[in-house]
Ligand binder design. Structure first.
Ligand code: DX5
Ligand code: ZN
Length: 218
């Protein structure tokens, strides 16, 4: 199976972010998933552009910033300057998604759109030809370590079906509760990117590495 592994640094040890990122570098086809939360859109606070700027100096890995903030358009330039490669915003955060897509592209970045678990794909139907990444949330956003919501599988399959029928090229990313019990099913449903928080950072690293390389061989 071909897929991108996108460890979420929300679950990393913040006292040694550089060495946590060096772990990600050991995984083939890996990105850094950066969960930005503002305490308004979701009931949790994480980090902003200063942290991203610091880790940008330590690696050339692809950075996808998953914005869980109110008013995402007011942060775009700041995150672009900090060195992210993609900005993923939530459809629930904005009334003007077309404008936001345009603004992100104008900064030379890849664009992702994310859906909360109960938000249907029809909400982003018209955006699908314009975006690079569709991020399907398989838990309510805000915290790592939650359990995968089973109906997310239907949404991944639906996105994959629309992509094939319309010959579109967005990547399907899945975020929340990805581990040894859910990863394979998510990939066989059509996902391309596995976001992993607690599974990646809270387990023994050689176990995680072996799991991912076995999955790749299947
Ligand atoms: C949740 C975040 C996720 C989170 C995933 O709002 O968007 O990226 O870090 O963590 P796990 O993999 O532990 O569910
Ligand atoms: Zn995320």
């Amino acid at each position: 199976m071909n897929f991108v592994t996108a460890p979420s640094i929300l679950s990393a040890d913040f006292s040694c972010l550089e060495s946590e990122i060096k772990k990600i570098e050991q995984i083939p086809d890996s990105w850094v998933h950066i969960d930005v939360m503002d305490g308004h859109f979701v009931p949790n606070l994480t980090f902003g552009s200063c942290v991203i700027k610091s880790i940008r100096k330590k690696t050339s890995l692809f950075f996808d910033a998953h914005l869980m903030v109110d008013n995402p358009s007011s942060f775009l330039e700041e995150f672009a300057d900090a060195g992210v490669n993609a900005i993923t915003f939530h459809i629930e955060e904005t009334h003007f998604p077309l404008r936001l897509v345009k603004e992100i592209k104008a900064l030379g970045l890849k664009v992702g759109v994310s859906l909360n678990p109960v938000t249907p794909i029809s909400m982003v139907y018209h955006l699908l030809p314009l975006i690079d990444i569709l991020l399907v949330m398989s838990v309510e956003p805000g915290f790592s370590g939650q359990k995968f919501i089973p109906f997310s599988i239907d949404k991944i399959q639906e996105a994959n079906r629309i992509r094939k029928e319309q010959n579109l090229h967005f990547l399907i990313s899945v975020d929340g509760g990805i581990n040894q019990d859910t990863a394979e099913r998510v990939l066989s449903s059509g996902a391309d990117i596995l976001v992993m928080g607690s599974f990646f950072f809270k387990n023994d690293f050689s176990f995680v590495k072996n799991f991912l390389s076995t999955l790749r061989e299947r």
